[in-house]
Design a protein around this ligand. Structure first.
Ligand SMILES: [Zn+2]
Length: 271
């Protein structure tokens, strides 16, 4: 059974227990307060979920990392360690948020088992194949020009697989499919990209290059050298739409060949 807001508002998102379940903030209240926002405002409702006491305590540890809060509030300084913690924070907040809203970058069952591994067993690394991008924000801007790159993500049931698990097409199923989660908070913008099906040689480098077009630099998996992260203007719409599910983007270059082929039969050629 799926734990959604509608049918189970008083059971823990992670374990389903209703013992001492309370409404909790996925993004810590202290952060909202520092930016002058009311953490209980209805606009921030999607950042709240129900957790049992045990899982509230376990996830609360995420928010007690002062390096991460410092980065978000002041934009730096950053180190390899603090960027690693920031990536970790971004992924777990994203997984919690996605599971809570039902529109996450990972399937619900997988998200729940990852959360249990992480918060019950104090282990569990970041989900396989996930990429995290960050920027230091000088100002938030709107209406910039950008290209949306289509990607095929593993959770998208619209992607049709052959018997070897290779994407060979896509189906026109309606419904929300999220390939990224973006968070702009204080001096930091974060973009978490679900694992994608490869599009050929240099796929991961090309993903990173696409993220760069909206000002983002990769922080996970970590590169050999620290990213520069010069403060820059960030357009959150561009951030949330630079990677899109098929067929909602403009650029096909990050799609597997089979999906490109199917798309070419559905869509009139434009050049
Ligand atoms: Zn629980």
């Amino acid at each position: 059974m799926a734990f959604t807001r509608a049918n189970a508002p008083l059971t823990c998102l992670i374990c389903g227990s209703d013992e001492e379940a309370t409404s909790e903030h996925i993004v810590p209240q202290t952060l909202w307060l520092r930016f002058g926002l009311d953490p209980n405002h209805k606009d921030l409702e999607r950042y709240r979920t129900t957790l049992c006491r045990r899982h509230n305590e376990a996830t609360g540890k995420l928010h007690r990392r002062t390096e991460v809060i410092e980065l978000i509030e002041n934009g730096g300084p950053f180190t390899k360690k603090s960027l690693g913690l920031l990536a970790d924070w971004a992924v777990w907040v994203t997984v919690l948020l996605g599971l809570s809203t039902g529109e996450g970058v990972l399937p619900g069952d997988e998200a729940r088992s990852l959360l249990r591994a992480r918060f019950d067993e104090h282990g569990g690394g970041l989900p396989r194949g996930i990429r995290v991008y960050a920027a230091r924000v000088s100002e938030y801007v709107r209406d910039t020009t950008f290209t949306s790159y289509m990607v095929a993500v593993e959770k998208d049931r619209r992607t049709v697989l052959d018997y070897r698990g290779t994407p060979i097409g896509f189906l026109g199923i309606a419904g929300p499919v999220t390939v990224t989660e973006s968070i702009g908070l204080g001096k930091i913008a974060l973009l978490v990209l679900s694992r994608t099906y490869p599009s050929g040689v240099g796929h991961n480098d090309r993903l990173d290059a696409a993220a760069t077009t909206v000002g983002m630099e990769r922080i996970h998996p970590p590169a050999a050298t620290l990213p520069i992260l010069a403060p820059r203007a960030i357009d959150m719409t561009a951030l949330s739409e630079v990677f899109m599910p098929v067929p909602d983007g403009q650029d096909w270059s990050l799609l597997p060949d089979g999906v490109k082929f199917t798309l070419s039969m559905f869509t009139p050629a434009d050049g």
